[in-house]
Each structure stands twice: as C-alpha cells, then as structure tokens.
Design a binder for this molecule. Structure first.
Ligand code: DSN
Length: 453
C-alpha cells in the first residue's frame, strides 16, 4: 500500500470529525445551531408520525465525499467520467431496495416522496388526464391530487373519502372510478391508522383500465417487516420516502413488482422504461449520490431481525397509546390503530389542533396538528392531532411506557385553557412537571448511538 493510500484510509475515518472541528472553529454560529438541533432532538419526545431518527451510520453516508460527485444518468450510462465507485453504490442501493421490498425494479434517485409521486404521474399522464386519490382532509397527501399541488392543478383530480366509521370507502372509490374513468388511482395515506387493502384498489383499477400508484411513505417499514401487507405486487407503481419508517435520509424510491413487464400506455415501452426516463432527464438532473449511499445503508438495516423487532414495537406502541388515550376519554379515530399512527379529535375537548401542538411543544412533546375527516377548521388550525411511534420505538420505549406518554399528553391537554382557535394559556405547574418527566424519559431512553453530549 502506498503512503498516499495509507494517509487516505486514515482520512476517511477522520474527515467527519475534522469537518465538525473546522465548523466549530470557523463558523461557530452555524455550528452552534446544528449542535442545538442535535440537543433538541435528544431532549424531546418526538411523536411526529412522519418522522424518525436516522442511525449515525446513515448520517455518516450523507457527510462523505460521495456528495462531491456530479453526474447524470444511471450506473454504466453516465454523462460524466469518474463514476466507477458511485455506480457501484447506486447498484447496491437498487439491489437492497429490491430485496427489502421484494420488488423487481427500483429507482433510488428521487429526491423525496413528493418527487417520486410526481415522477410517476408525469411518466404516465398528460396534462388534464384524470386521477383519483384520497382527499387531503380524509388523510391523503398533497401529491395525491390536492388542488394546492401540481397533482391537482395539472391533472383533473377527484377525491375519495371515508365511511362514517372513518374507514376507507372502497365502494366510493369504485363508484368514482366507474364514473370518471381515471387513468391513475392513487392509494396510500398520510393520516390513516388502519390497514389498506391494496388488492382491492387494483381490482377496481383493472375494472376501469387504470394504473395504480401506492404511496407507502408512512408504512414502508411495516411493509418491509411484514407488519402491513405489501402493495408491491398489487400496484403498478409503489413509492415511498426514505426518512419516515425506513429511518433513512431525505429521499424517495420508486418500486415495481409483478408489473415489471407491463406495457406503458404507448403499448411499446414498459413501466420501468417510463420511470427511468421520467426521473432523468425529464424531472431530475444530477442524483444526490450521498443520499443514495445513505439509502443503501438504511435499506440494509431494514433487512435485519432488529428492524423487524422494532417494527413490531412501533405497532404495539401505537396500539397501547391508542388504548391509553381511549381509556382517558379521548376521541380516537376509528377506535384504535393497525399501524404506527394514532389520530384524535381534539375539538371534542374544546381545543384545536394548533393549540394542542403548541401546548405540547412547550412541554417537549413534539406532534403535529392534522385535518381530520369532516374538519371545519383550516389546515393551519385543524380539529385533529396525529401521533406516531416510529421514534419512540427506536428509543426503546415499549407499550408499558405508552401509558405514561398518554398520561403526559392528557395532563398537558387538561392544563391547556383555550382563549381562541389559536391562543391558549398553559398551566405553569403542569408545564414544569411534564417537562421534568419528559427529561427523565429521554435520559432513560436515549437515541441509540447518539451520545448525549
Ligand atoms: N407527508 C408529510 C406528513 O405526512 O407529515 C411530511 O412528510
């Protein structure tokens, strides 16, 4: 080994530490902000259903020299030289994505779940084509046809909703599909606590000649672990973000299962051909190779017994949290949960989502307000709250601790006096007590492999 090789080998290990040292010395303002964010995450109970905490090895991939590679195209077919290593990284990420999800095609370049959905739509549809997706107020996502998003403005979108029991209304999906003949039916949700029957969506799509896009951003980890049925061989396209239940970097994936040889609307190219071209050159340029490396790392970690065990804890925690909230009289939507998410209606407690979100945040419990089925409040106020257990389960909190978490939430809500839809007063004693309990919990259950200081 040459002297240069030896120096470089040592350099890889030291570069991250060296970078932080330089940041601290040369840009203390920015360093301090990043440090504060690290401290904040360690000291709060994060119950945001759309979030998780990445393993340090995932963070490390993001902070390596792979970020410096500029290129376009795909492994073996790039538009720049110097790609022999990143080609291997991207191939590894693709293979790991296929293995984790049992898919036959994977594209690992989408910059986010939103990008992945947009790419699928633009690969398949023309402006003005009809799509059918879950209404935002019923738990859908902006990219599923909401009027505020390109998916609802560029395409003619119709929304399906929930039954009176707040369960997916498959009969309505079918009726709307027969009436409007969409080219694409989108399934998957951002705020829906029950199991989704992807096969039923496919049957409806086959009846009307539509394609199916399943966005599993919220439940991807449960799908990988076998805790939720997989859509990969039901939907024509499956998309996910990589930072929620995969505990990975910011980014997205597009997967195809048994429809890998299905022809595109032109009758000549296949669905993977469509996606390849729509990612690059149509909608994205240079891929973020450091993020692709981080996706590869997260996907390898998802294919382990530890990950499957954690996925089971995610669900067990959510069920325990739902039960504990029900026992305290809260209006838990659908009466419980099958996944990582618990939704409650706080209007029945005389509160709004924004008030509860802020009040809990003052007590170091991080959640997010959410519109719920039939909501009369705006998205900035809302009648609902969405809780999630991805990060709690990762920190090792189990069903036994959910009783305490529900108790803390309950104490904060009881100590919150609403003054208007957005203003409130929080009892100072409650705030001090709950913050102290949260601090104790965070010390007992530190984020794995994140040293506290
Ligand atoms: N999709 C948004 C959510 O569910 O909160 C952000 O990832």
């Amino acid at each position: 080994m040459s002297n240069m090789d030896e120096l470089l080998k040592a350099g890889l290990d030291r570069v991250a530490q060296h970078g932080v040292e330089r940041l601290r010395a040369e840009d203390p303002d920015l360093h301090d902000l990043i440090e504060r964010e690290y401290f904040r995450q360690s000291r709060v109970l994060s119950m945001v259903a759309a979030s998780s905490t990445a393993d340090p090895s995932v963070l490390a991939c993001e902070g390596t020299a792979t970020m410096n590679v500029t290129t376009e195209g795909y492994p073996g077919k790039r538009f720049h030289a110097g790609c022999e290593v990143v080609d291997e990284i991207e191939r590894l990420a693709i293979e790991r994505a296929k293995t984790a999800f049992g898919a036959r095609y994977a594209n690992v370049q989408p910059h986010s779940g939103t990008s992945a959905n947009t790419i699928v739509m633009f690969s398949l549809l023309q402006a003005g084509d009809t799509i059918l997706g879950l209404d935002l107020d019923s738990g859908g996502h902006l990219t599923h046809g909401a009027k505020a998003s390109v998916s609802g403005q560029y395409f003619r979108s119709f929304g399906y909703g929930l039954t009176e029991e707040r369960l997916l209304d498959y009969d309505q999906v079918r009726a709307l599909a027969l009436e409007h003949k969409p080219k694409l039916i989108v399934c998957g949700a951002s705020a829906y606590p029950r199991t989704i029957d992807f096969g039923r969506f496919r049957a409806i799509a086959d009846e009307v000649g539509a394609y199916v896009l399943a966005d599993i951003s919220h439940i991807a980890g449960l799908v990988v672990a076998g805790e939720h049925p997989s859509p990969v061989d039901h939907a024509h396209f499956t998309t996910t973000s990589t930072y929620k239940q995969l505990y990975g970097p910011r980014g997205g994936l597009i997967l195809i299962g048994r429809d890998v040889d299905t022809l595109a609307p032109d009758g000549k190219t296949t669905l993977p051909d469509l996606v390849q071209k729509a990612v690059f050159p149509f909608l994205q340029g240079t891929p973020i190779l450091s993020a692709i490396a981080a996706k590869a790392r997260a996907l390898a970690m998802a294919d382990t017994p530890e990950f499957r065990e954690r996925a089971r804890r995610v669900v067990a925690d959510a069920k325990a949290l739902a039960d504990a909230l029900l026992a305290r009289g809260y209006d838990v939507l659908t009466g419980g949960t099958d996944n990582h998410m618990v939704l409650i209606n706080v209007l029945t407690n005389g509160l709004t989502g924004v008030v509860v979100e802020k009040s809990l945040e003052e007590c170091d419990i991080i959640v997010n307000k959410n519109k719920i089925h039939g909501d009369t409040k705006s998205a900035f106020v809302t009648s609902g709250m969405r809780f999630g257990t991805n990060t709690l389960a990762m920190r090792g909190l189990g069903p036994a601790e959910m009783e305490l978490c529900a108790d803390l939430v309950d104490r904060v809500l009881k100590g919150t006096r609403p003054l208007s839809d957005r203003e409130y007063e929080l009892d100072a004693g409650v705030k001090a007590e709950v913050r102290a309990e949260v601090a104790r919990l965070c010390e007992r259950f530190p984020i794995p492999h994140y040293p506290l200081t």
